[in-house]
Design a protein around this ligand. Structure first.
Ligand code: FRU
Length: 321
């Protein structure tokens, strides 16, 4: 082949390659994936593990979505770095379930400023400037727990007993709401005495165990424990069991995961729990809806249910357990 023909062929090949690349990118543009980032606070607690499972199962139903999940390892600094990273990756939407309100507010604001739609899940931040909040109504759940505690301690106007309340993380709205709702009922009962003053187990079973072990040493009579989540109610139960006093005490928790809280109620270890549905599936569905140009509401509240030994076995059965 002559040199000129060779050059012609090279030019033709180059043109062909460019066209192919353009076609390929055109095709790519058509099946563009939504890149969605989800910043989870931790993965070690059972409710968080279920939350991640729920969001991944929902993502699997949407081939148009690429979901990036990060783990804040239960540290604000790590979670802030995770969100900054997702912003740098230019995600189309950000879902965040914060460790605590104050520490995550700045970085959520950064995402909003970068025009990334933000979906806040379960625990809030200190701005209303996000796209949507999805979570349970913790005040309502606290009220339901308080109403039931009054019933367990003798009924309205007659309730009497010593109560140990173990708070979740002090920097989180769910802990405050769960406290406030509960006390709307129990504070009306002069016979109910609160033994502790704002003791936080930071949502953890082992910390709750230690708080309860001390409370048991300091108080001869404890009638009811209210843990702001099931792992803490169970930690308190274990401390009471180790002290040989678990039969004298009622234990109330929150979360109601079938293979955790519901099972503990069915076993007679917890007296009651209240479901706190994870916002994993609904949060992702809402983000996709928004990215597809549909309107979304500012707040989505997920339902709750009281679980006692009356309905625990049925719930286990319904969940194939
Ligand atoms: C898990 C958890 C749940 C609780 C929720 C409150 O991290 O502690 O047990 O219901 O967070 O935000």
């Amino acid at each position: 082949m002559k040199r000129r023909e060779l050059l012609k062929l090279a030019a033709l090949t180059a043109a062909l390659l460019t066209t192919t690349a353009m076609l390929a990118s055109g095709a790519h543009a058509q099946d563009k994936k939504w890149k969605i980032g989800f910043s989870q606070v931790t993965t070690i607690e059972p409710w968080r593990a279920q939350f991640n499972k729920d969001i991944l199962a929902e993502a699997a139903k949407h081939p148009e979505v690429e979901l990036i999940v990060t783990d804040g390892e239960d540290k604000t600094e790590k979670q802030v770095a995770d969100v900054e990273n997702l912003i740098r990756q230019e995600v189309d939407a950000l879902l965040v379930s914060p460790k605590e309100s104050a520490g995550l507010t700045g970085v959520v604001q950064q995402a909003i400023d970068a025009k990334i739609p933000v979906f806040v899940l379960d625990r809030n931040v200190e701005t209303n400037d996000y796209t949507q909040f999805v979570g349970g109504d913790n005040k309502l759940i606290g009220r339901a727990a308080g109403e039931y505690a009054v019933e367990l301690l003798g009924g309205k106007g007659k309730a009497a007993g010593n109560v140990v309340e173990i708070w979740g993380g002090m920097g989180t709205q769910p802990a405050h709401d769960r406290h406030d709702g509960f006390h709307e009922f129990t504070d009306k009962e002069p016979g109910i005495k609160n033994l502790l003053d704002q003791q936080s187990g930071d949502w953890k079973q082992d910390q709750a165990y230690n708080i309860m072990a001390t409370a048991l040493r300091n108080n001869e009579k404890i009638d009811l424990v209210y843990g702001h989540n099931d792992p803490m109610a169970y930690g308190a139960y274990l401390a009471a069991k180790d002290a040989g006093r678990e039969k004298d005490i009622k234990f109330i928790g929150i979360d109601g995961l079938p293979n955790e809280g519901v099972q503990l109620v069915a076993n007679g270890e917890l007296t009651a729990t209240f479901t706190y549905v994870t916002p994993g599936a609904e949060g992702l569905r809402q983000a996709i809806k928004f990215l597809n140009g549909e309107k979304v509401e500012k707040t989505i509240i997920l339902p709750t249910q009281k679980i006692t030994k009356e309905n625990a076995a049925q719930i286990l059965k319904d969940n194939g357990l």
